[in-house]
Write a protein that binds this ligand. Sequence first.
Ligand code: G16
Length: 543
Amino acid sequence: MDETQIASLLKSSDLFPLPQSLKLSYGTAGFRGDATLLASTVYRVGILSSLRSLKLAPSTIGLMITASHNKVSDNGVKVSDPSGGMISQEWEPFADQIANASSPQKLVSLIREFVEREEISIGGGGEGEVWLGRDTRPSGEALLRAAEIGVSSVSGCVAVNKGVLTTPQLHWMVRAKNKGLNATEKDYFESLTTSFKCLIDLIPFNKSSGSKLVLDGANGVGGEKMEVLKGYLSNLDIEIRNTGRDGGVLNENVGADFVQKEKVVPLGFGVNDVGVRCVSFDGDADRLVYFYLSSGEKKIELLDGDKILSLFALFVKEQLNVLDDGCCRLGVVQTAYANGASTDYLKGLGLEVVFAKTGVKHLHEKAAEFDVGIYFEANGHGTILFSEDYVTLLVDKRKELSEGSDEYNAVSRLVAVSNLVNQAVGDAISGLLLVEVVLRHMGWSVQKWNELYKDLPSRQVKVEVPDRTAVVTTSEETEALRPLGIQDAINGEIKKYRRGRAFIRPSGTEDVVRVYAEATTQEDADSLGDSVAQLVKSFLGSS
Ligand code: G16
């Protein structure tokens, strides 16, 4: 790194001093926290994104400003690799180091060491490009400006502001750009629309627009973008609520995280919606869950990520059965939060089920090992990955089949699904479209879909503690290794309940320890959840 570059970094970092006592970690999905404290972090992630782009030159990197399901006063930043997936985990320790560097001098010295070690050529004629996106949070615009300054303080790198987007849109666009494909937001909508229409046309004797679907947009970017998509689609009857324009607050008593955790109706939904098929997005539209009201009460019937996964698995498997394709390796990936009944159901279908740690980056990696890998977290974050080789094989196979035959149609459906579902990350918009296709294909109502299996009653609790990092778990997060003795105590509680299961883990996006409990009755699941939460408080103290 030459003197001009060092001077440029020192000058720009002076604009973004690190707030006192700020300690951040890249976490489950990037850096998150109180938006008023994040300018220095976002600026530094801008620098990191430029370095990543130069390291993988020629490449475009994505930088998204969002705190997804967190409260509106929070914000965050995450980085996408050229593939559209999350940045390589090998770079996370460097992200942590620079985010926490106490002075501009320390920051520059860390960057200098890293650039040398990684052999990144700055100013050597290579060009870097970082595409920036943000969700609808009011703090987003100023943080995006900080990111721009960070990106352009690395010589030869440019920031391209793509404006307000859903997280999956930015990932999709980055992936398309690096593959040399059309990569605008319009291209995203057109690609989804084309594959959706193709799948609808492949449903025999069904050209209706289906019964009405009502969307809860979490007062975030997802509702806004669905309104745009609606303009492209003629065969989807959808009503969009909680768009954020009617004074509602982002994620406050609305959205996928609220609906999935609390299992009650979001604001804006009520007695008039009994029996109607409803869907909730989260704040940046990378998660979705379906639900319906079975009575006028607030309680809902929830169809979470596990049920969406089961529906998709059934559909994909049906197509593979038509092809009699024994050589396609189809697998599903879940986390410890998956309801035990869903895992039993998927195994009952004869599917290979593997488990990963919480965080899409972990699930994505495992799903990519299959020809067709379906991953979903219970919270509604997931997608279907098709290996490029398998898609090529399908396209070649179709050439040998007679048009309109069952096999031809099955291949066409699989190819269209691979184009519809986001190959980079979980995407609420494309997930919604695929659920709608599969329900119409099966001729199922949301109630019929819900009958695939019955969830075991479960309960989730958040516990605020002085230091959540005191909880250390095994790699699959099913057992706590620290604090010493807590796992034995949890096991003691689990034993008291039939089909009892419980675990704790530190959240990577909120300052809490999460507790998950499951048992054969809701009363037992609640009681197990509460007693494990009590154990967390007694081992770690309450804050
Ligand atoms: C992020 C991750 C998800 C994860 C969720 C909660 O979601 O992308 O994979 O399940 O956080 O993580 P934790 O339990 O560690 O707080 P989002 O939608 O907030 O980006």
